[in-house]
Design a protein. Sequence first.
Length: 202
Amino acid sequence: KIEFVYTNSFFSKTHLLLRTFAAMKILMVCLGNICRSPLAEGILQQKAAAAGLDWQVDSAGTNGYHTGEAPHPLSQKVARLNGLDISQQRARRFTAADLTNYDRVYALAGDVADEIRRISGRGADLGKVQLLMNELYPGQDEDVPDPYYGAEPGYHEVYEMIDKAADAIVKKYGTSAAQSKMNNPKSSSAQSGAGIPNPKNL
């Protein structure tokens, strides 16, 4: 997809920028798909759209306890306070087919990564999967904490963490040059060491 964008600047009235965007499908995964991953879906989708990126962002959970439910009320509240409406999302369970259907799968915590591995089974392309916060802090295997049993401040903390990680994703993959790395996640993960963490390190 090629887009011609005209912008004003201090030095010249008009600049012609040639921007090349490739469509991508990204899946955000937590446990129940009602607290963390709905926020991650909404945040990244908004940032991608604002950047003019042809990305489809979805979310899922590794368990089916909340299938069909809307996001947690506090996730919806925190999203609204930040200009996002995630109320139309509905929880669904992650399936092995998601690794085929999506270009990149982000686990929001180490236990989620373990479940993705278990559900996907042998032979799955786990090179597509990595911890979300490794995009911001490579190799640190940091979890986004589950705010489900806590009070509202925990949801604000989660939002801020995801927001920063989403900025890093847009910066990293929002150019045609970086897109080639996304199309070969096994290679890029092997080089960066930022793929799914070793269970011994969790």
